[in-house]
Design a protein around this ligand. Sequence first.
Ligand SMILES: Nc1ncnc2c1ncn2[C@@H]1O[C@H](COP(=O)(O)OP(=O)(O)OP(=O)(O)O)[C@@H](O)[C@H]1O
Ligand SMILES: Nc1nc2c(ncn2[C@@H]2O[C@H](COP(=O)(O)O)[C@@H](O)[C@H]2O)c(=O)[nH]1
Length: 401
Amino acid sequence: MGEAPVFSVDDLQNGNGFRCAGFSLKSNGSGTTTVIGDKIYVIDETDESFGVKIYDKSTSKWVIPTVRGIEPKPCKGHSAVLLNGDRILVIKKGSSPEDCIWFLEVDTPYVREQKKMVGAEVFAWSKGVIGYNEKPVVISGPSGVGKGTLISKLMKEFPSMFGFSVSHTTRAPRGMEKDGVHYHFTERSVMEKDIKDGKFLEFASVHGNLYGTSVEAVEVVADAGKRCILDIDVQGARSVRASTLDAIFIFICPPSMEELEERLRARGTETEEQILKRLRNAKAEIEQGKSSDIFDHILYNDKLEECYESLKKLLGLDGSTVANHQISPKGIDLPADYSVSKVDNKIIINSGTAELGKASKNLIVLDVSSLKGGSPGRTRGLQVYTVDSFSDGLKGVNKLS
Ligand SMILES: Nc1ncnc2c1ncn2[C@@H]1O[C@H](COP(=O)(O)OP(=O)(O)OP(=O)(O)O)[C@@H](O)[C@H]1O
Ligand SMILES: Nc1nc2c(ncn2[C@@H]2O[C@H](COP(=O)(O)O)[C@@H](O)[C@H]2O)c(=O)[nH]1
């Protein structure tokens, strides 16, 4: 296992006895190769996109894998470092500080599960995020309990802190609901195809309609530098719990079934038949919400203001604790040109003036020892710091690129 250039990417594009469907031939000549067992992962960039293909040494064949996740935007070259044999760290050159670290997952649990489903090679892109500050919040509870009301209050009081994950649904819009704001209102056939194509983090049939959270819905919130809030049913919460999305799970409970019914009727958005269906489903949801190990917290929404205060307290927004999402830096300011080395779980980015054993003020250290999450969604837990010299702990680094 290791990173070894076995042939130049230009050679590959010049033919070398093969042509790969779907792989652009307009490389900008800055590809990398990473060897994992019998497979060579070639990551190449064109002016339009990143491309990945695999050369399988055991069969002497090229494979174009199925892509999951949103791929990084093209840049001016990259470095690739293999981590734990299951993912490749990609450091993009000439990119903005918040967009320069990506992971190409090649053998993570998510990718293995996708390979089984697709029956072919799969890889997944996941963007790297510094620290743990953006843990998403999953809010669940029966229809009419007040999830939307609580979320609206939170977003109104902290508009720059939270972003709402806009779900897809096949149900019809209500009077004031806007497409793309409250939901992405979608045809069932389109949504089913997107689910098949792996675009959804979770989906469920709820009260007779299809609902789902796309990977993109969660990622656009993270891209805006905000903490993501998901309003989803208990089935969806269970799926997210089983996924790599590291979130806080909160179940909102009504004070009684009578009160829930009253709220649903007073809202006046459903027909009688739909209200009865939602109330029937509520019983099972409350049972599961209270008894399952999906949820970290249960809040009773009796008096709205009291429940809202409890929610803020859980999220560290009542002044008793420092809200951790206010602390961490946004990204990494990379030098224009650099080389990359690896020592244990540390990636050292050197602007080129430092030599091993000699003092330098130009080293950025990327600590990947505590990574969490991954595709679908972001890879969190990157730690970044700078050092003034190659300390003893950093001696003996292997230069990679
Ligand atoms: N604590 C409360 N006391 C009284 N009424 C409330 C309370 N919380 C919310 N409501 C009202 O109950 C109704 C349902 O609330 P809301 O739409 O927020 O529920 P929801 O859980 O988001 O429902 P759904 O899952 O169907 O979207 C609304 O009319 C809202 O104003
Ligand atoms: N599993 C998911 N459930 C979702 C999603 N978006 C909303 N919901 C849940 O559906 C019901 C009904 O919502 P309504 O807007 O029709 O009243 C409610 O419990 C929501 O939490 C989703 O993406 N996935």
